[in-house]
Each structure stands twice: as structure tokens, then as C-alpha cells.
Design a protein around this ligand. Structure first.
Ligand code: PLP
Length: 391
């Protein structure tokens, strides 16, 4: 039998990926996501997940999901606009909107879909998008979709407000849309939200903010980056947040004005043409939201562990980026050095992922240390000790 030509091409490309040392492989967990995880048969201390509040394995949330499944069934049966919008979905939308302080919210099955809903729905022919260079891949793809519909787009250097302002001032687009992560996923730093908002006001632009790593962690009661920065929830802001990171469950929301959210409901293809998430997810999220709201002790522990790590890594030969969030990137530089360091930690029972190009810029391969409220003082000391030994 002759092999398929297309398969030959894929085989060649896979070989190239492998030869470049860029093959990815999945670690298999034989335990729930938590501070400790059984990975490939080994008990590992987990610094890899985005489970910042330690809620992914929370028994009350799991119980709410189980109860929700028994009460509402396993599936929603259809998209929200057909017949899949059940009472728990409606309820969680209202609770999330109230929690983040916007008039209205929509929920999505994933953050990726939520970002695909926002940008190409707001921006089409004659409109212009202004995007931070370090935005998450899902926002980059969302911009690509908008460009396919005729929107123009420009990227500005990371957090460079002067360049953004020049681009805005030079644009004669009908609609301007600024798109930024609030907390950057590989650097852990914050976007200058007050300046972004001021520019959005000055140039009458939408401000689309992806709070995947801020929601639940930053701000009063974990209300997110806007609260953290003392920004108002103005009609020109669309706030996206994911619910599979700090919230420990899955899915995402977009919050905004009544008009903006109604428009997404009517027009966003990644909202309309996909089955609504199982209602039990919404039930689990309601429980998660209650824990987040009352989670001051969790957040206090998280920020104490972050401070402990930052102090403990002082004076090492690598650069710890100035991140105030749960994402603590340690820049190693060369790919092989980052991989070797991750491997050495792994041998010590410490799971810290090495992040390489193209996910991050060339020459900035790094350990992405992810801190959780579930980590103990001893856990962080263990990580500091192991890194000091390798230095
Ligand atoms: C994780 C992430 C997303 C995607 O959210 P999912 O729910 O995982 O699809 C979007 N934006 C940012 C910044 C993220 O870190």
C-alpha cells in the first residue's frame, strides 16, 4: 500500500520537530490536580498547574458538581440559544456579573472560545485592533480571525504605552479595540491597566482585557485585576476571565455592559455554534465562587509563599522576573540549560515546567514556577533549596 502523501508530510514535520528538540509530551497524572500529584508513577510536588487557590481538587466543589449532575443531568443537550441554557447557567452568569461588578456576563466552555467570541465579533472591516505583543495565543488567534474579516491590527511592544498611543493617534478606524492580557501568562507581570483605560477613553476605544490569571487571585475578594488596580467597570471595558485556573473548575466568562453582552449573545459564533457546558460545571462554579469570595486566608497564604520564594531566590545566577503574581518566571536563557534545570528538579521530586521558544522569546527559556495557596512554607523551602543546589 502506498503511504498517503499528506502523511509523509506530517511524518517529515514531526521528525523535524523531534530533531530540533521541540517535541512535547504529556505527563500522565494518576491523581487529582493538587499540591502533590502522582506523575508518571512518582509523587511530585506540583509547581506546574494554574490551580492558584488549590481549588481544582476541592471536595466541596467536587460535591457541588456531583450534586449538580444528579439534579441537572450530565449534558446540556444543545447550544445556549437552542435549548441548552439551563437554570444553573443563568444563575452563574448573574453571580459572576455581580462579583466582577459588570451589568451582565456570558459564560463559555473555555477561555479560548471566549476570546474568539470577543475580538472578531467587535472588530471587522474598517476597525482597528491594537494588541500587546505578549498576549496569550487565544487572543492572537482571535485577532487573526478578526483580520480575516477585514479588521486591521497592530501589535505594540509589551506594555509600551507610548507606542500604543502613537498607533491610536495615527488610526482613523471607525472602531478601535485595545486587547491585552491583564497578567501575562509567561512573565507574570501586570498590564498598566490605568494607563490602558486612560488611552481607551482618550481615543474612544474598546478595552478588551483577559484576566485569566487575575480572576480569583487579585483584587478585593479575588474580584480580579480591575479591582486590584482600582479601575471602574466602564461600558467600554469587556472583561474576560477563565474559570479553570484559580476557580479550579473550567470554562470562562465575558463581562461587560448590557449592550455589549447582548451583542455577543446575538453575534458571537463561538458562543452560538457550540454546545453549552454541562450544567454541573455551573453548579461547581457557584460553589467555587463562594470559596473565592471568602478566600482571604487562601490568598494571604499564596502571597506569603510568593514573597518567600522571591526572597529565597535572591542572589542566584538566573533572573527572577519582577512578577507580583502567582506566576514566577526564572529566566535561564538557553533551551538546554532550562531543560537540564527542570530535569534536575524533577529528579528531586519537584515538578516545574521549562518554557521554551516559540512560547517565549528566543534566549529567554525559563522555569515557569507556579505558586498555589495550597503550598506550604516547607514546600517553597524545598524548591529554593533544590535551585540553590543547582546554581
Ligand atoms: C489559559 C488562558 C486562556 C485560555 O483559557 P482556557 O479556559 O484554558 O481555554 C486565555 N487567556 C489566557 C491569558 C490564559 O492564560
Amino acid at each position: 500500500m502506498t503511504p498517503l502523501a499528506i502523511e509523509n508530510r506530517l511524518r517529515d514535520e514531526l521528525a523535524e520537530i523531534a530533531a530540533a528538540g521541540l517535541s512535547r509530551r504529556r505527563r500522565l497524572l494518576a491523581s487529582p490536580c493538587g499540591r502533590l500529584a502522582t506523575v508518571d508513577g512518582r509523587a511530585m510536588l506540583n509547581f506546574a498547574s494554574n490551580d492558584y487557590l488549590g481549588l481544582a481538587g476541592n471536595p466541596e466543589i467536587a460535591q457541588a458538581m456531583a450534586d449538580g449532575a444528579l439534579r441537572w443531568g450530565a449534558g446540556s443537550g444543545a447550544s445556549h440559544l437552542v435549548s441548552g441554557h439551563l437554570a444553573p447557567h443563568e444563575q452563574i452568569e448573574k453571580e459572576i456579573a455581580a462579583f466582577v461588578g459588570f451589568p451582565r456576563a456570558l459564560t463559555f466552555s473555555t477561555g479560548y472560545l471566549a476570546n474568539l467570541a470577543i475580538v472578531p465579533t467587535l472588530a471587522g472591516r474598517g476597525d482597528a485592533i491594537f494588541a500587546d505583543k505578549l498576549n496569550h495565543a487565544s487572543l492572537i488567534d482571535a485577532v487573526q480571525l478578526a483580520k480575516a474579516q477585514g479588521a486591521a491590527s497592530q501589535r505594540y511592544p509589551h506594555n509600551d504605552m507610548a507606542t500604543l498611543e502613537r498607533q491610536l493617534a495615527a488610526s482613523s478606524a471607525a472602531n478601535k479595540i485595545i486587547v491585552s492580557d491583564t497578567v501575562f501568562s509567561m512573565d507574570g507581570d501586570l498590564a498598566p491597566l490605568p494607563q490602558l483605560f486612560a488611552l481607551a477613553e482618550r481615543y474612544d476605544a474598546w478595552l478588551v482585557l483577559d484576566d485569566a490569571h487575575g480572576f480569583g487571585v487579585l483584587g478585593a475578594q479575588g474580584r480580579g485585576s480591575l479591582s486590584h488596580c482600582g479601575l471602574p467597570t466602564a461600558p467600554r471595558i469587556l472583561l474576560m476571565g477563565t474559570l479553570g485556573k484559580a476557580a479550579g473548575v473550567g470554562g470562562a466568562f465575558v463581562a461587560g455592559s448590557d449592550i455589549a453582552i447582548e451583542y455577543l449573545l446575538q453575534r458571537a459564533r463561538s458562543y452560538i455554534f457550540t454546545t453549552a457546558a454541562p450544567p454541573a460545571i455551573a453548579c461547581a462554579l457557584a460553589q467555587s465562587l463562594r470559596i473565592i469570595e471568602q478566600g482571604e486566608a487562601r490568598r494571604a497564604n499564596l502571597f506569603a509563599r510568593i514573597a518567600q520564594l522571591r526572597t529565597g531566590l535572591n542572589g542566584l545566577p538566573w533572573t527572577l522576573l519582577p512578577s507580583p503574581t502567582a506566576i514566577q518566571p526564572l529566566i535561564i536563557g538557553p533551551n538546554d540549560a532550562a531543560l537540564a534545570l527542570a530535569a534536575a528538579l524533577w529528579e528531586n521530586g519537584l515538578w516545574v515546567p521549562a518554557i521554551r521558544p516559540p512560547t517565549v522569546a528566543k534566549g529567554t527559556a525559563r522555569l515557569r514556577i507556579s505558586i498555589s495557596a495550597a503550598h506550604t512554607t516547607a514546600d517553597i523551602d524545598r524548591l529554593i533549596g533544590a535551585l540553590r543546589e543547582q546554581a
